[in-house]
Design a protein around this ligand. Structure first.
Ligand SMILES: Nc1ncnc2c1ncn2[C@@H]1O[C@H](COP(=O)(O)OP(=O)(O)OP(=O)(O)O)[C@@H](O)[C@H]1O
Ligand SMILES: C=C(C)CCOP(=O)(O)O
Length: 243
């Protein structure tokens, strides 16, 4: 049983303070991962790491940079957060191994991502827990662009033929217009009202982007908050199921 779990950057970091983890949240997430029975591949986002560096250099998922200072700064920030995540997992005897997407992934000139996953699959098969992170990646004609944790999750879910996909975010699920958790989303229209409408162009981030890309996956995915993480790792479907 392979599970791909994303720990949202906004969950594990303090979004109001640059390059600061939310220690309590990260401890709770690490505790839950340490108790998980399934084979796990973990991906984390940036939160207060990486995003402001990317903004400073004008780098997004589509607009790139050739500035070596920018490449280094964004990648280093994400590696720093990855190191802090690894440390909390190692403290709990989770055999977590870092996998840095910049060293392996690329986009072609149309933006299509290639993320080799042989090393991830082999590490997992050998009993390790690979831990990937949002990063910058080589992008034909652009230099490097941002690769979000969400894109990594959807790419790995396909290439590893994952059985389960979970996104742990700051919200208990995808919320409807009254702020209640939507149990199940089978079409974008099921949540369009609360996500800004079907014509929304936000495909790279935020909840609308997540729902759109999760709907394209062959595997059902769960979106839940930190309170739902243990239940998800126990095989339940907390929060919203996007199917
Ligand atoms: N209808 C909605 N239901 C739930 N959340 C929504 C909705 N519309 C917008 N959001 C926002 O989407 C956010 C989650 O997206 P975000 O990209 O911050 O997630 P993340 O994966 O936790 O973090 P990161 O992208 O930094 O890794 C929520 O905090 C919420 O503010
Ligand atoms: C380098 C960056 C900014 C990656 C961010 O990953 P995300 O938080 O999952 O969007």
């Amino acid at each position: 049983m392979t599970t791909v779990l994303k720990l949202g950057g906004s969950v594990i970091t303090d979004k109001d303070r640059a390059e600061t983890v939310d220690g309590e949240a990260l401890d709770r997430a690490a505790d839950a991962v340490a108790r998980a029975a399934d084979d796990l591949v973990v991906v984390h986002g940036g939160g207060s790491f990486g995003h402001h560096n990317a903004e400073r250099y004008g780098v997004s998922t589509t607009a790139g940079t050739h500035d070596i200072g920018g490449v280094t700064e964004i990648h280093s920030a994400m590696k720093a957060l990855n190191g802090l995540v690894l440390r909390r997992l190692h403290d709990r005897d989770v055999p977590a191994v870092p996998v840095h997407p910049l060293s392996a992934a690329s986009r072609d000139s149309s933006g299509e991502l290639t993320l080799p996953a042989g090393q991830v699959a082999t590490l997992r098969a050998e009993g390790f827990v690979p831990v990937l992170h949002g990063d910058v990646v080589a992008h034909a004609g652009e230099g490097v662009t941002v690769l979000s944790g969400d894109e990594i999750v959807t790419s790995l879910a396909r290439s590893l033929d994952a059985d389960r996909v979970g996104l742990c975010s700051t919200v208990p699920g995808v919320l409807d217009e009254d702020g209640d958790v939507i149990d199940r989303i089978e079409r974008f229209e099921d949540a369009a009202g609360a996500l800004g409408g079907a014509e929304s162009t936000d495909v790279s981030g935020g909840m609308a982007g997540k729902v759109r890309t999760l709907l394209d996956l062959p595997t059902p995915a769960s979106v839940f908050g930190l309170d739902g993480l243990s239940a998800f790792l126990d095989g339940e479907a907390p929060g919203t199921t996007v199917d």
